[in-house]
Write a protein that binds this ligand. Structure first.
Ligand code: FAD
Length: 648
């Protein structure tokens, strides 16, 4: 446990003394002023290539200081006078995630392809949440997703979003050709649950009878009676808890006799699943602890902050006796409403939707990523030196935080918008005919002060969901094979979900097939504080993620994997080759929650509708604009925003 992990092998395969030597904040002096140019030869330590960096990624150190000091009211004290770049564009986009990149694409299409566009992003890499993590383990090359995992959405993709996916050349229906669903099942692996001694009195790995949020290649959700029997025999739960769990599954009871189905759903929309289990189904507290973290992958909070109606939608136990009709109830989260058409529209690239971001960048700046097909983009290496080339009509300027966006003159009559941004400790301005803010909505009130107060308030309410998406490169997966686990739900641990990489081989990229081969283990943490309203939990969790060091996270990862996989012979010092923690204090878009947000009532204008209103030459995109944490929404909102500034 206490031996040092060297990450020597993991930077473009080049040996360096310590992983920390390559952290992006060390690159800043050399690179920030150079337009993310490749400042060293490829494979040298100061070659600018963010996907290969390990350690703390996602919102990496150096990416948020300017925005936070703007929030704290201290930014302008030390900023100095902005330098005018003299640059003028047709459009300046703030935010280089899928929404910002799509907006650039739609704008060029709408205006004939010659438009000059500048995209600003505060991170050292493009893609927003859709980030690529690369690892070299010995001779093996492994890709991981640093955020956005796949093309998937609880509701069907719109014609616009589907149209873009097709235009990029992605044939979603071909997915089955690339995924090898049998890699783990044929080796006897499946879903497991880890009970930890701090929460349940003993460390124990048992079969997970009802996996929710496990990897797509495994047992489908649903409960086989023989699995429940085995689970009840093995799980370290109190005897009463075991009886209660069996009762929940096998002795359906109508807890609300005399009410109609709609009346029951209305009640369920207003109580949490934790309260339903505790106060209505009256189960032992071990059951509540066991289910507590189950909705983390979807909501980033536990069952204390998820409505019982949504839990019914996810097939969690305790509702059969209510005899609810199949119709979605009012106030149900879209995630909880099954949709067959949407379920079929699924595609996972080895780097997640970073492939979508890369395909968009290739369309916007063809020199940036070589090749011309979906399959060749997987292994193609981006040339960051070409992203901000003065000769290119579209430029992507990284490490650049927009700090002020304002009309030059009155919003109603202005001909231009001026955007001020902070980069490498200096402040610059550029102008454009229009601007699209495709960044996180909570940032917008600080950078666009001229917006009406009501709109700023609505923007500020979009508290994003804080998450960690951690990729751990293992030298082999023999220990997983020995404990027969391809995914582990661990309700009491730091990361509550652990999944072996989804085995996808595409475009010359090969996933691990044999247990002796290196693999990526994906771990997920929702930073939440049970017992508080969801928005408050998100804000507390955000603080937690910003203030926890990588070293602390690394210790927790090693401890968790040693305890979970130790019985399979796992040794963290020997078997972990590299760790990339993708920290997202501003993660998923906030989705309305029937426990606190009366969003479904007639006549209510939801905060996102108020937040996304255009203002003069400024339009507002991002998945926040639809209060929906999915790629299709990021695309839909980009389309709407472009429509607003190009019409007329
Ligand atoms: C961990 C995680 C997993 C996810 N998994 C999925 C999934 O599997 N499928 C799915 O459909 N969706 C998923 N999502 C949702 C995801 O957010 C969307 O799919 C989509 O990628 C969002 O794109 P966006 O452009 O709207 O926002 P973002 O990707 O957040 O991009 C906005 C960009 O604006 C930048 N920015 C903010 N302020 C400023 C500023 N002042 N100046 C310059 N730049 C700024 C941000 O740093 C960011 O880079 C996931 C999200 C997270 C966090």
């Amino acid at each position: 446990m206490h031996r040092k992990i060297t990450r020597r092998d993991f930077l473009n395969g080049v040996a360096i003394a310590a992983g920390a030597a390559m952290m992006p904040w060390d690159l800043s002096a050399a690179v920030l002023g150079e337009g993310q140019a490749a400042v060293g030869p490829e494979n040298s330590p100061n070659y600018y290539y963010p996907p290969a960096l390990t350690g703390m990624r996602g919102s990496h150190p150096g990416s948020f200081d300017a925005a936070h000091s703007l929030r704290d009211g201290t930014f302008w004290d030390s900023a100095g006078k902005p330098e005018d770049t003299g640059e003028t564009y047709d459009l300046i986009i703030v935010g280089g995630g899928i929404s910002g990149l799509s907006a650039a694409h739609f704008y060029r299409k709408a205006t004939g392809g010659k438009a000059r566009i500048l995209i600003l992003d505060n991170h050292d890499d493009f893609g927003g949440h859709a980030k690529r993590n690369e690892f070299h383990v010995g001779n093996a090359f492994r890709l991981g997703f640093g955020g956005t995992f796949s093309i998937e959405s609880p509701a069907p993709y719109s014609a616009v979003a589907k149209g873009l996916i097709e235009e990029l050349g992605i044939d979603v229906s071909s997915y089955s050709k690339y995924v090898n669903k049998k890699v783990y099942t044929s080796a006897g692996l499946g879903s497991k649950m880890f009970f930890d001694k701090e929460t349940f009195g003993v460390d124990k790995l048992v079969i997970n009878p009802n996996p929710h949020g496990g990897s797509e290649s495994e047992n489908p959700a649903g409960l086989a009676p023989e699995l429940l029997k085995q689970f009840l025999a093995d799980a370290p739960l109190a005897d009463q808890a075991k009886r209660d769990l069996q009762r929940l599954h096998e002795e359906p009871k109508d807890y609300f006799p005399g009410l109609t189905s709609d009346e029951k759903k209305a009640k369920l929309a207003r109580i949490s699943y934790a309260s339903y289990l505790k106060d209505i189904a009256r189960v032992h507290e071990d059951i509540i602890k066991m289910y507590q973290a189950m909705p983390h992958p979807l909501f980033g909070v536990g069952i204390d902050a998820v409505a019982a109606q949504d839990a019914w939608g996810f097939d969690l136990p305790g509702f059969d006796g209510l005899k609810l009709d199949d119709k979605p109830g009012k106030g149900m989260n879209r995630d909880a409403i099954p949709n067959e058409e949407a379920e079929k529209y699924f595609f996972h690239f080895p780097d997640g939707n970073a492939s979508i971001a890369r395909l968009l960048v290739r369309k916007l700046i063809p020199d940036a990523i070589p090749g011309n097909s979906v399959s060749d983009v997987i292994l193609a290496k981006a040339n960051y030196a070409t992203l901000d080339d003065s000769g290119s009509p579209v430029r992507i300027r990284l490490n650049s935080t927009a700090v002020r966006v304002k009309h030059v003159g009155d919003a109603a009559s202005a001909k231009e918008v001026e955007v001020t941004y902070s980069r490498g400790g200096k402040v610059y301005t550029a102008r454009a005919k229009n601007s699209i803010l495709a960044c996180w909505h909570v940032v917008i009130p600080y950078i666009c002060e001229e917006l009406p107060d009501k709109q700023k308030e609505a923007l500020a309410s979009a508290q994003k969901v804080p998450l960690l998406y951690t990729n751990v490169a293992l030298r082999n997966w023999t220990s997983l094979q020995k404990v027969k686990a391809s995914s582990v739900y661990a309700p009491g641990m730091y990361h509550t979900y652990v999944n072996a990489d989804l085995p996808v081989s595409i475009g010359g990229y090969e996933c691990a097939r044999k247990p002796e081969e290196p693999i990526i283990l994906h771990m997920m943490k929702a930073a939440c504080s049970p017992g508080h309203p969801a928005r408050q939990q998100h804000s507390m969790g955000r603080m937690e993620l910003y203030t926890t060091t990588f070293e602390t996270m690394e210790r927790k990862i090693r401890d968790q994997l040693a305890r979970t996989l130790g019985p399979g012979g796992f040794d963290p010092a020997r078997d972990i080759a590299a760790i990339t923690v993708n920290r997202w204090p501003h993660g998923y878009a906030y989705e309305y929650n029937s426990l606190w947000d009366p969003f479904w009532l007639e006549g209510i204008e939801t905060p996102c509708e108020v937040a996304r209103k255009p203002h003069g030459r400024i339009a507002i995109a991002n998945s926040d604009a639809g209060a929906y944490a999915y790629t299709d929404e990021a695309i839909n909102q980009a389309w709407r925003a472009v429509g607003e500034i190009t019409k007329g």
